[in-house]
Design a protein around this ligand. Structure first.
Ligand code: HEM
Length: 206
């Protein structure tokens, strides 16, 4: 686990590759999806070669995202089980953000906020996949009743907006928490970072 003396491994190379492919495909999905969502954003379709290509490629990128994100996220499920300590962390989040964690059990590999986000992303991914298949023309949509397709369009749009906002929170938190980005860029974090942000995890691997 330990690499250089002051660094600890947090993600393997294949985990990082899966995270970045899923991040890039998610951004492409968000932009191509917004182009389909409202005429005011239709110009974004140019990114994928214009309206027709945007419409054709969006669902295929969606399947790629599903597969790669599942590959990255499913093995992390055990580390994202929400415990009583996480609920305390969430209830006291204002204090935590003000750097006062007294009385809150030591954070393990992930904190309560990361875990909630994890489950939101995982659930969202399943809703987007299922509703996306139901409205995917010309392959699947005509196999489903029109009422179900209407519900699927709504569920797809609402969930997509929820995930876009969640990812904005995720990226902001990872930039704001100094020292986190190195986990996803080089796979390693400093001992000081681990001790400070994830003392329970540090005790296990440090
Ligand atoms: C440019 C965009 C992104 C950046 C800068 C970024 C950054 C990071 C960083 C620094 C971590 C490590 C946090 C830690 O280990 O404590 C992380 C973990 C993670 N990221 Fe991203 N990320 C991005 C996009 C995404 C996207 C699009 C998704 C999924 C839709 C995603 C899902 C996750 C998940 C599930 C974790 C593990 C956290 C957990 O299991 O609780 N990320 N990300």
């Amino acid at each position: 686990m330990t690499t250089r003396n002051d660094q600890i491994e947090r993600y393997t190379g294949s985990q990082r590759a899966a995270h970045w492919v899923s991040a890039i495909s998610f951004i492409l999905l968000a932009l191509s999806g917004l182009a389909l969502f409202h005429p005011a954003m239709a110009w974004l379709a140019n990114l994928l070669g214009g309206g027709q290509w945007n419409r054709i490629l969006h669902p295929f990128i969606g399947v790629l995202w599903f597969l790669v994100f599942a590959r990255f996220a499913l093995p992390l499920m055990g580390s994202n089980v929400i415990t009583g300590g996480d609920l305390k962390w969430l209830a006291q989040v204002r204090r935590v953000l003000a750097h006062d964690a007294s009385g809150i059990p030591p954070v393990g590999r992930y904190n309560g906020g990361q875990k909630v986000l994890y489950w939101v992303l995982l659930l969202g991914m399943l809703v987007l996949l299922a509703s996306g298949v139901v409205i995917w023309e010309p392959y699947f949509a005509d196999r489903f009743p029109v009422d179900l397709r209407r519900i699927a369009v709504l569920a797809h749009a609402v969930t997509a907006w929820g995930l876009i906002l969640s990812i904005i929170v995720h990226v902001t938190a990872s930039v704001w928490t100094a020292g986190s980005l190195t986990a996803m860029v080089r796979g390693k974090v400093s001992r000081a970072w681990a001790k400070h942000h994830h003392p329970g995890w540090y005790r296990e691997v440090g």
